[in-house]
Write a protein that binds this ligand. Structure first.
Ligand code: PLP
Length: 426
């Protein structure tokens, strides 16, 4: 399919391209395995000499169609679905880092990723230095070491809503000979395509806006195909030297621009699993078909709610990049001129207990461990998603202890505001 089609068209028609007599709608290939006529045909697949399906842990046609749609939306050369956003971020890093390696990462990233990198990767021997994403280039560069293999950040941080200067991060990464990995979950490719600003690899928790209906946990990794692994061959031996588990095949030589994605699929997914179920991929695809309609509504509603909150005297502060008063407004205008997303961070005047009482008083808006779906919901990160973090880590992560994360849905803005108003009045 022509990948220069507009995002709206790719949302609806990308990925699945049926030919004569095939189902118009992407089918669920609910099969673990695939048939071949000869043993020889299958052997070639195992040796990566030919591409084809043989076992769903490695590849499945439903998943591949959805991955192809997301790759087209991001402007990448290939993509792989994973069972969750956590798995996507883990694989994106583990595909190029091994024990003894190091990574530099924005400190304001999502709490789950912060734990994955700061605690679990450390146990695997991969060290991470967290940096303030708003620090100067010199300061961030000073965190790099000879064994640094990647720079990582989020387009917009969950839940602080800091907007990343992607071009600055890309300049730093490339100056140090490493790729820039961007978690683009909150912006989605409808509002920002990080590859256009120099990012090399993009990840998503598809659980959020892409699915959009809070039905399936999932993730995706997309590669731009732009990073020149061979030019930094000594840094990335996993891609540029023979893989003994495939008879000494070298990914960069055998697959060129598809080296990174092929290794992620043929090696990491083969060995570690964490594939997205084809059933979930099917539901994710239904979500993607309306992503371009839902994102503008999330942004429009969130803008109205943020402006209302900002004008309310019970509200201490509001962090929404769409507000003119916002520290990140200018960066948001540059990277996301059509709007950012539906997530607003704010704090109330008064005590932490009063903030919790406000959330308990909401009627239509529910307290859920979720964000970025059709229904407006609310969460107090310091008591919920980020409760493992110390106060110091909370502040480093851009999460004020009084921060309320409001994920504005696609209902009518007046009904959302009315619910907030009645809860504040109690
Ligand atoms: C939710 C989230 C994740 C983790 O994704 P799961 O699908 O919950 O595993 C990663 N990054 C960001 C920005 C998220 O919001």
């Amino acid at each position: 399919m022509n990948n220069s089609l507009k995002p709206e068209t790719l949302c609806v028609q990308g990925g699945w391209q049926p030919t004569k007599g095939e189902p118009r709608v992407l089918p669920i290939y609910q099969s673990t395995t695939f048939k071949y006529d000869t043993s020889e045909q299958m052997a070639k697949l195992f040796d990566l000499e030919e591409s084809g399906y043989f076992y769903t842990r490695l590849q499945n046609p439903t998943n591949d169609a959805v991955a192809a749609k997301i790759a087209a939306l991001e402007g990448g050369v290939g993509a792989m679905l994973t069972s969750s956003g956590q798995a996507a971020n883990f694989y994106a890093v583990f595909n190029i880092c091994q024990a003894g390696d190091h990574m530099v990462c924005s400190s304001t990233i999502y709490g789950g990723t912060f734990n994955l990198f700061g605690v679990t990767l450390k146990k695997l021997g991969i060290d991470v230095t967290f940096v303030d994403p708003d620090a100067s280039e010199e300061e961030i560069i000073s965190a790099f070491q000879p064994n640094t293999k990647a720079l990582f950040g989020e387009t917009m941080s969950n839940p602080g809503m800091n907007v990343l200067d992607i071009e600055k991060f890309a300049r730093i990464a490339h100056g140090q000979g490493v790729p820039l990995i961007i978690d683009n979950t909150f912006a989605t490719p409808i509002n920002c395509r990080p590859f256009e600003w120099g990012a090399d690899i993009v990840t998503h928790s598809t659980t959020k806006y892409m699915d959009g209906h809070a039905t399936c946990v999932g993730g995706v990794i997309v590669d731009s195909g732009n990073f020149d692994w061979e030019a930094h061959a000594d840094k990335f031996p996993g891609l540029t030297t023979p893989d003994e588990s495939y008879h000494g095949l070298t990914y960069t030589k055998a697959f060129g621009k598809m080296a990174y994605m092929t290794k992620a699929t043929a090696q990491l997914m083969r060995d570690l699993g964490s594939i997205q179920s084809p059933q979930n991929a099917f539901l994710l695809n239904l979500g993607l078909e309306t992503l371009h309609l839902r994102m503008p509504q999330h942004c429009k509603n969130a803008q109205q709610v943020a402006e209302w909150l900002e004008a309310n005297e019970q509200v201490a502060w509001v962090n929404y990049p769409g507000l003119k008063s916002n520290k990140y407004h200018e960066l948001a205008q540059k990277y996301m001129p059509n709007g950012t997303c539906g997530v607003i961070a704010f704090g109330l005047k008064g005590t932490r207990e009063e903030a919790i009482r406000f959330m308990d008083n909401l009627k239509m808006i529910c307290i859920v461990t979720h964000v970025a779906d059709a229904r407006t919901c609310v969460l107090h990160p310091a008591s919920h998603t980020h409760r493992q973090l110390t106060d110091e880590q909370l502040i480093e992560a851009g999460v004020a202890p009084d921060l309320i994360r409001l994920s504005v849905g696609i209902e009518h803005a007046e009904d959302i505001i009315a619910d907030i108003k009645q809860a504040l009045n109690q």
